[in-house]
Structures are given as C-alpha cells and as structure tokens.
Design a protein. Structure first.
Length: 166
C-alpha cells in the first residue's frame, strides 16, 4: 500500500483513537463508574480499546490483551470484566493498542491489504478492517461524549487529525 495513503489513513485513525483518549481523560470521576448508567462509562472505554487492539492482530487466534485485562469481550454470554478498570489502566491499554494499530498500518503491504479477514460473521479485507476499526472507535468516542455532555454539560472537542505521522 502506498505510504502516502497509509499516512492519510493514520492521521484519521489516530485522531479517532485520540478522541477515545480525551474522552477517558476528561471524564469526571463520579461518572466514570456510575452504576446507574447502562452501559457504564468505563465499560464503553474498555470495550472500545479491547476491540481496537483485537482487530489490529493479524489473526483472531491466540489473541490475549495485556494484563490485567481478560477475554470477557469474546464471551457470547456478554460477561463484564470482573471489576471497574481505572482510567490509568485503560489509558495504558489504549497506548498499547494505539502503538499496535500504528505498527499494523505501517507494515501493511498492497498484497496484504486485499487479503480476507474473518472473525465470527465478519468477512472483510484487511484494508477494510482498518476503516471498520476507525468507525468503531469514533462511534464510541461520540457515545462517551454524549454521555458526558448529558451528565455534566461538557465534553471534549473534536480531534481533527493525529498529531503524529505514521
């Protein structure tokens, strides 16, 4: 894949990841683990980061997130993690997933971009997986910002593009 296109994709994909980061950083502590809200704010952040990292793997086989996270997201019963994860834990996971995404895009070749990626009922190309993942991140960033706006009448501003190049 042409380096110019990869960098353009990264600038927007990185921006969607940075939107998640800002939504975590700016969330008031009282809202973070408010159990009266469904889904809980912290869980939306975890869910988004888990799938961001998961989809950046070349294969769904053998994936395991960094400690202290588990594979509850893959359970068909919809299990929640065993506890509320802190902002610091999720920001570290997000930094890990962001680095994985950047590396995966950097090593993407023209040939690899057209290969099939399969997970559950999802059948897309590897290139489309990046766009799908970007949309997923932005969807949940917007959801978290809406929750924050409703709860405290404040939310992070728009991230135009990632500050770093690929």
């Amino acid at each position: 894949m042409h380096e110019k296109w990869k960098n353009l994709i990264w600038l927007q994909f990185g921006a969607s990841i940075d939107s998640i980061k800002r939504s975590i950083e700016l969330c008031p502590d009282a809202l973070w683990s408010d159990q009266s809200r469904e889904p809980q704010y912290w869980y939306l952040a975890f869910h988004t980061i888990f799938w961001l990292d998961f989809y950046m793997e070349d294969s769904s086989e053998g994936y395991y997130p960094p400690e202290p996270f588990g594979l509850e997201e893959l359970d068909p019963a919809g299990l929640l993690p065993p506890r509320v994860y802190s902002k610091q834990e999720l920001l570290a996971f997000l930094a890990h997933a962001r680095a994985n995404a950047k590396q995966a895009l950097h090593r993407l070749t023209e040939e690899a971009s057209t290969q099939s990626y399969h997970f559950a009922n999802t059948h897309i190309t590897v290139a489309e997986k990046f766009l799908y993942n970007m949309r997923h991140c932005q969807h949940h960033a917007a959801q978290m910002n809406l929750i924050m706006r409703q709860a405290v009448d404040s939310a992070p501003g728009w991230v135009f593009q990632a500050k770093d190049q690929l």
